[in-house]
Write a protein that binds this ligand. Structure first.
Ligand SMILES: C[S@@+](CC[C@H](N)C(=O)[O-])C[C@H]1O[C@@H](n2cnc3c(N)ncnc32)[C@H](O)[C@@H]1O
Length: 220
């Protein structure tokens, strides 16, 4: 049975002018999390982190995937409007989430030393569209999609931090398009001891979207 998409009815046109509206990439990520539901529940995660939570749809959905095993879900975003949207989406969630905490920060900057080695599930749907570098973070809206060269400039800043964040059995779910060169992303993380698998792919208009899942090569 499919889990329901979290209620984001409180977000309408005015809010979506500055907050990323759930789209095909979001829904592919939800599908990947749901298809890993048994494994994710077996992991009994204590700490989950979504970087770039936007509407909060993915963070709230993750709470549903883990139900009845509540976890601490920390959602970060550089856009304060996204933080507010995520907070409201979590409040409307009918599934008990142990705690959904909001943090307005780049990646996990404000928290990284405290989170080191503790993140059981890390999720990122990054700004992945190929754009001129100057478009990155040029406006709150652009922060949602402008990824610079190869659509990778934002993601590439985060990649080296991931191994240190993950717990021994931790997993990282990442949205990519083909222009991001997923094999190269996997190669970079392989050099840091992480093993990547393409868990789902789908065409959405002209975008060939995939979800990559990374675990430690010798996950405990
Ligand atoms: C493609 S949207 C994804 C939103 C939501 N997770 C979803 O799947 O619908 C990317 C999100 O990442 C945020 N973002 C961009 N760069 C970021 C950074 N360096 N640190 C944290 N969040 C960032 C944007 O503000 C935006 O909300």
């Amino acid at each position: 049975m499919s889990l329901p998409t979290p209620d984001t009815a409180h977000l309408r046109r005015p809010e979506y002018a500055s907050v990323y509206e759930p789209a095909e990439d979001t829904f592919l990520l939800l599908d990947a999390l749901e298809s890993d539901r048994v494994e994710l529940q077996a992991l009994r995660p204590t700490v989950c982190v979504e970087i770039g939570s936007g509407s909060g749809c993915v963070s709230a959905f993750l709470g549903q995937v883990l139900d009845p095993h509540p976890a601490l879900i920390i959602s970060t975003d550089i856009n304060p409007a996204a933080n507010a949207a995520t907070q409201e989406t979590a409040a409307r969630c009918t599934t008990p989430i142990a705690l959904l905490e909001q943090c307005c920060t780049r990646f996990v900057q404000a928290l990284d030393t405290r989170l080191a080695g503790k993140v059981d599930v890390l999720v990122f749907n990054p700004p992945y569209v190929v754009t001129p570098t100057e478009e990155i973070d040029s406006t709150p809206e652009a922060s949602a999609w402008a990824g610079g060269r190869d659509g990778r400039e934002v993601l590439d800043q985060l990649l080296p931090q991931i191994p240190a964040l993950l717990s021994p059995a931790g997993r990282f779910y990442l949205v990519v398009i083909e222009q991001n060169n997923p094999d190269e992303v996997a190669q970079i993380l392989a050099e840091h001891g992480l093993l990547g698998t393409r868990v789902l792919s789908r065409m959405a208009g002209r975008e060939h979207l995939s979800i990559l899942r990374f675990t430690r090569k010798h996950a405990e």
